[in-house]
Design a protein around this ligand. Structure first.
Ligand code: COA
Length: 190
């Protein structure tokens, strides 16, 4: 019965996008690691990693911290997640753990979280670079195009630390200046 409910397409009437809190941790781990196991489109995340991103709300921009945003239904179910990881040496912000629960896709959840998260980074760290890695299983490239991300084929131009978590040659790399992303945000806002 539960499996039927989880695979059925769900109409999405209301959801909120907010910075994640500790109470969202289990939902985030389930969503992101479920997708990592199923499709490999994203890398899995540890509890420790997500906690660091959640704490990043208060330590904005500190190296090795980050941000974690969720979309939730009124009953508190996490149906979407995205993070930004601040790499310690370069200070680049990596857009990570981008997942919308399968049953809720194509409702604009991804666009809403991306807009909220990128707006935050662009406002507070306009001089920074944002990077996003995608592989052949990853979706959601169009929104990156709309935000002005461009593909970098020469990976030697990318700080090596970004590949230290298991993202190797099969990943394509897209980057954008936070300042440019901010200008393009109105194109993706609903
Ligand atoms: C990529 C992913 C996060 C997109 O999530 P999503 O919430 O379905 O994304 P959105 O609804 O914002 O946009 C998806 C499409 O729906 C369309 N859409 C947006 N709002 C819509 C609405 N209200 N009604 C119908 N369609 C809508 C968008 O135009 C978009 O089409 P496009 O890809 O051609 O631009 C989701 O497919 C996913 O989790 N995939 C697996 C993991 C993955 O690939 N992650 C990215 C790795 S980097």
């Amino acid at each position: 019965m539960l499996a039927q409910i989880e695979t059925a397409r769900k109409p999405l009437e209301a959801y909120t996008v907010t910075a994640a809190h500790k109470k969202d941790l289990a939902g985030i781990l389930r969503l992101v690691n479920g997708e990592a196991e199923k499709s490999g489109a994203v890398l899995g995340v540890t509890k420790r990693q997500v906690k660091t991103w959640i704490r990043g709300r208060k330590l904005f921009g500190r190296k090795n911290s980050g941000l974690s945003f969720v979309a939730k239904t009124p009953d508190g179910t996490v149906i979407g997640h995205q993070a930004m990881h601040v790499w310690p040496k370069s200070g680049w912000w990596e857009h990570r753990a981008v997942v919308t629960a399968e049953a809720y896709r194509s409702n604009g959840v991804n666009a809403s979280i991306t807009a909220a998260l990128m707006e935050k980074v662009a406002e507070k760290a306009p001089d920074s670079t944002i990077v996003s890695l995608k592989n052949s299983a990853s979706n959601g490239r169009r929104i990156l195009d709309q935000l002005g991300f461009t593909r970098v084929d020469d990976h030697s131009k990318i700080p090596g630390e970004i590949f230290s978590i298991g993202a190797g040659g099969k990943w394509e790399v897209f980057i954008a200046a936070a300042r440019d992303v901010k200008e393009n945000l109105p194109r993706v806002k609903h």
